[in-house]
Design a protein. Structure first.
Length: 201
């Protein structure tokens, strides 16, 4: 038996989860609670701990099975551990605080614009992670999706906006789309700040 310590990279896992179409609830929860992935140096006592593969199993169970409430808790506890299962199930029942998904931002912006602006920073981080993973996977966005993406960027707090644009500029197709003159009011200021920041370092 070989036991290895593994350090998680959430962004890498997020892309993997998007490629495998893992359950949206699992992906959103972990976008807001990245500490619920495998931790480097966790004690190897074979107790049930949350790991990437364990969350993939939860995703499979959610997509293919329906459990009564108590049984659902027991099953998920056996896969990711009791603490993670409790957090996850509480998070699922709290619809008011669920972050917006990439699909909601890109396809139904008019309906979710108010909620997007009101999201806390941790919720924005989950939405940004989902959008980044989605756009890395399928970078071609339609005209309306392009406008919706820029509209979402416009409501982000300044620091999150800069960080998000910086990650979008690494995706060539998306970078071309959002760098058009018509989006200067939202994008140009952020790009100028990113450039100034790069020159300063």
């Amino acid at each position: 038996m070989v036991m290895l310590y593994v350090e998680s990279d959430f962004n890498c896992w997020s892309r993997y989860a998007a490629e495998r179409s893992l359950d949206e609830g699992v992906r959103q929860f972990l976008g807001s609670n990245t500490g619920m992935l495998a931790r480097q140096g966790a004690p190897m006592d074979l107790q049930v701990e949350p790991t990437e593969r364990a969350w993939e199993m939860v995703s499979l169970l959610r997509k293919n099975s329906r459990f009564p409430g108590d049984l659902e808790m027991e099953v998920y506890s056996g896969v990711v551990g009791r603490e993670a299962a409790i957090m996850f199930l509480r998070w699922l029942t709290d619809h008011r605080h669920r972050p917006l998904t990439a699909a909601e931002v890109l396809d139904t912006w008019e309906e979710v614009a108010g909620k997007a602006e009101a999201q806390r920073d941790d919720q924005q981080a989950a939405t940004i992670n989902d959008l980044t993973a989605r756009l890395q996977l399928t970078p071609d966005i339609a005209g309306l999706q392009e406008q919706n993406l820029v509209a979402y960027i416009a409501v982000l707090p300044r620091d999150l906006r800069f960080a998000f644009i910086k990650s979008l500029l690494k995706i060539p197709t998306v970078a071309l789309a959002i760098s058009q003159d018509k989006y200067d009011a939202v994008i140009f200021d952020a790009i100028r700040s990113i450039s100034a920041d790069a020159v300063g370092h």
